[in-house]
Ligand binder design. Structure first.
Ligand SMILES: Cc1cc2nc3c(=O)[nH]c(=O)nc-3n(C[C@H](O)[C@H](O)[C@H](O)COP(=O)(O)OP(=O)(O)OC[C@H]3O[C@@H](n4cnc5c(N)ncnc54)[C@H](O)[C@@H]3O)c2cc1C
Length: 470
């Protein structure tokens, strides 16, 4: 128990057993999918003071009332899968676990949209939509664990984004509980773009209306390239084929996939392409166009038997790590023109021992997920060094006109690189107007000051440490 007695009794009285502050519960909520080296405790107070299990919107209003009165940070959490530290406390506080929020699902076939509560897990949503002949437009590869609310709050993207755009392109309206306790609906572009990527710093998203599409079958093709340079030429050439999704692996990732399955894919840069096709002739036309485009652009077309069932692996990247004790990953968005240089940079930096997967999230941008895995448990110091190496290479993405996938905690301070200066100013002004006591997920988006050395920001400290250690 670390809350002051008055605050603790307010939470206990308001929420009964839905407020918990035993050490075990607090530890459970002190991490996301990445296990942090304990050295981070020097800069981050990631163990919350307590956890409130939210059941209804009114609970959120009550949490904000107490938190404002007692000046306690409120940290929203859904699936906890984003891995950038956004749902971790920075200065302790109370985590609100929103997974138990009442589920709502209302489809509007005329408007091709669905309104759902924020804890909806993508796979459940997709199943409900498919049963009525509809489908999500784009979705993350964490389909089975990520939620729609967390995805939008971290401005997610994913499979199908090449054709339909990322979360901001899908979401048409949101319902939010502001830190003032007001419940508001927003559908204007300016507000939606502020909430996308706000990491729960502007309020708690409780409901979202998003576009859906008809559930059109997909057809697949695959090809390989000898070098990252050829890969980029090839990716650009595919842009004219109205593709649904382009998924890329580096040779090391292909080797891992081969070793954990019965595939024998050539260990080169692999590209798996999917396209929506309504009828047989459309499929034949796609195959013909694909084959011609690949042949004209230095690619090698993969025989269809190689890619049989490979599409199901799009949700299994992290299950390839099942024999791994430790892993760390980074995810960056990079303009397609510079992506071969950045891929080479990452591969060289990690002595060609790095797995890379990429997803085209627009005709101009490639999202790159890269990770290293260690078969055995590694020491805390080694984990910290690796963490800094990841920070160092991510920092360099800015030189290639790219940016970290999202801000969260670890890349707080990169908001300007992602959204530009004008949006940063709008974000700051709006934040000030709705959260004057700075209780809503402090430490995220804008780089916070260090508790042990308040003259320095977290971003500066991580930059310096990554130069020395990384
Ligand atoms: C294997 C794997 C694959 C992934 N693939 C993709 C991908 O393809 N594309 C992609 O975009 N992401 C991907 N992710 C990241 C992540 O899984 C998704 O973005 C996911 O949808 C986040 O949802 P979540 O419920 O886990 O959010 P959380 O991790 O719980 O939260 C994310 C952020 O949103 C805030 N937040 C949570 N709930 C709310 C709320 N109700 N209101 C306001 N703020 C809130 C949190 O404080 C945090 O800052 C992947 C992750 C993994 C592990």
């Amino acid at each position: 128990m670390t809350l002051k007695t008055r605050a603790r009794s307010k939470f206990s009285r308001a929420f009964g057993n839905n407020f918990q502050d035993t050490l075990i519960i607090r530890l459970l909520y002190s991490r996301d999918i990445v296990a942090l080296p304990s050295i981070t405790k020097l800069v981050v107070s990631n163990i919350p003071d307590g956890v409130v299990l939210i059941k209804e919107i009114d609970d959120i209003v009550k949490v904000f009332q107490i938190a404002n009165d007692e000046k306690i940070p409120v940290i929203p959490r859904l699936g906890g899968t984003s891995g950038f530290g956004g749902c971790l406390p920075y200065k302790k506080g109370v985590v609100i676990d929103l997974k138990g929020l009442k589920q709502e699902f209302l489809i509007d076939p005329g408007d091709l949209s669905v309104t759902v509560s924020s804890p909806y897990v993508f796979s459940d949503l997709q199943r409900s939509l498919n049963m009525q002949g509809f489908s999500l437009c784009s979705y993350p590869s964490s389909l089975y664990s990520g939620t729609i609310g967390g995805w939008f709050a971290q401005d997610g993207s994913g499979i199908g984004a090449l054709k339909y755009g990322g979360s901001l392109d899908q979401v048409k309206e949101i319902e939010v509980v502001l830190p003032t306790g007001e419940i508001k609906n927003f559908s204007d572009e300016d507000k939606l773009s502020l909430f996308a990527g706000s990491q729960g710093t502007l309020g708690i998203i409780t409901k979202l209306k998003l576009s859906v599409k008809f559930n059109t079958p997909l057809s697949y093709k695959a090809c390989t390239y000898d070098s990252a340079k050829d890969l980029v030429v090839g990716l650009k050439s595919l842009n004219n084929l109205d593709i649904f999704s382009i998924w890329v692996m580096n040779p090391k990732q292909v080797a891992l996939l081969n070793s954990t399955s019965d595939y024998a894919l050539p260990e080169r840069y692999l590209v798996i392409v999917s396209k929506e096709v309504n009828y047989k002739e459309e499929e034949s036309e796609f195959y013909a166009n694909f084959n011609q485009t690949i042949r004209e652009n230095k690619g090698q077309i993969l025989d269809d038997r190689y890619i049989k069932d490979i599409w199901k692996h799009r949700f299994r990247t992290f299950s390839l790590l099942k024999n791994t004790k430790t892993f760390l990953f980074g995810e960056a968005i990079i303009p397609i023109d510079k992506s071969d240089q950045y891929i080479k940079k990452i591969e060289t930096f990690f002595n060609n021992q790095i797995q890379i997967e990429g997803t085209m999230i627009s005709p101009e941008k490639l999202s790159l997920l890269y990770f290293v895995k260690e078969k055995d448990e590694i020491s805390d110091i080694k984990t910290a060094m690796l963490f800094m190496k990841f920070y160092k290479i991510m920092k360099k993405v800015v030189k290639y006109k790219g940016h970290p996938y999202t801000t969260g905690l670890w890349f707080s301070g990169y908001y300007k690189h992602i959204y530009g200066n004008e949006q940063l100013l709008s974000y700051k002004a709006y934040k000030k107007s709705i959260d004057p006591k700075k209780i809503c997920n402090p430490g995220k988006v804008i780089s916070p000051r260090l508790k042990i050395f308040p003259l320095m920001k977290l971003k500066t400290a991580l930059k310096l440490a990554s130069e020395v250690i990384g």
